[in-house]
Design a protein around this ligand. Structure first.
Ligand code: E4P
Length: 217
């Protein structure tokens, strides 16, 4: 499963990239606003940190303007992935861009039927939002399982990108289901490394090592 960071914070992206486990980045207009940075500038910098896909989202609602925005965004770097909303115009834009060889992430997917449409439109990635489903009283992971089943039934190449990930259990369940990618806030990715028994084990080993009086270097 690929790991994308869901953030526009450059320090966090650099820290994750240094682990060697970062496969890409997703942003959205809210994350750009939170960064307080210029959209084009911060996207260019993110594209310089990772070679993986960097999702940059259009803000127009009509196909024609989405295409114009996509044209500007895809010039930023070769690894820009155009993010479009799951609407009629968004999917028209998705089809046009992917037919032309551009990566597209279809975002704001909340149903398996919507994911089916995104695959038929040739999406590179579809982003079902699990956390927002949970917030709304339905299990977001059921949606991921349904999409996995449907995509496998028809051998769709669209990658399931689990989005709106809120905690480490979402990551575990995504991997169990066989999602292709998950995007999570940096703090969730860093939490994956942690286990209290790992810390306790290191502490015990080091205490015993000290009694030997030896050193490796
Ligand atoms: C995905 O690409 C979105 O940026 C993101 O995962 C949304 O997450 P949120 O529901 O925590 O805002």
């Amino acid at each position: 499963m690929k790991f994308f960071a869901d953030t526009a914070d450059l320090d966090d992206i650099r820290e994750l990239a240094a682990t060697g486990l970062l496969d890409g980045v997703t942003t959205n207009p809210s994350l750009i606003a939170k960064s307080g940075r210029d959209f084009m500038e911060v996207t260019r910098e993110i594209c310089g940190i990772t070679d993986g896909p960097v999702s940059a989202e259009v803000v127009a609602l009509d196909h024609e303007t989405m295409m114009k925005e996509a044209e500007v965004l895809r010039k930023i770097a070769d690894n820009v992935c155009i993010k479009v909303p799951l609407t009629v115009d968004g999917l028209k834009t998705c089809k046009a861009l992917t037919d032309d060889g551009t990566m597209v992430n279809v975002t704001l997917c909340f149903s398996a039927n919507q994911a089916l449409l995104a695959a038929k439109a040739g999406a590179t990635f579809v982003s079902p939002f699990v956390g927002r489903h949970d917030d709304n009283g339905t299990d977001g992971m059921d949606l991921i399982a349904d999409i996995r089943l449907i995509y496998d039934n028809y051998d769709f190449g669209t990658q399931i990108l689990v989005a709106s990930v809120r905690h480490v259990v979402h990551v575990l369940e995504s991997a169990r289901i066989g999602a292709d990618v998950m995007t999570a806030p940096p703090k969730v990715i860093m939490a994956l490394f942690k286990h209290v028994l790992t810390d306790k084990g290191i502490e015990g080993f080091l205490k015993d090592w000290e009694t030997t009086g030896q050193s490796i270097l």
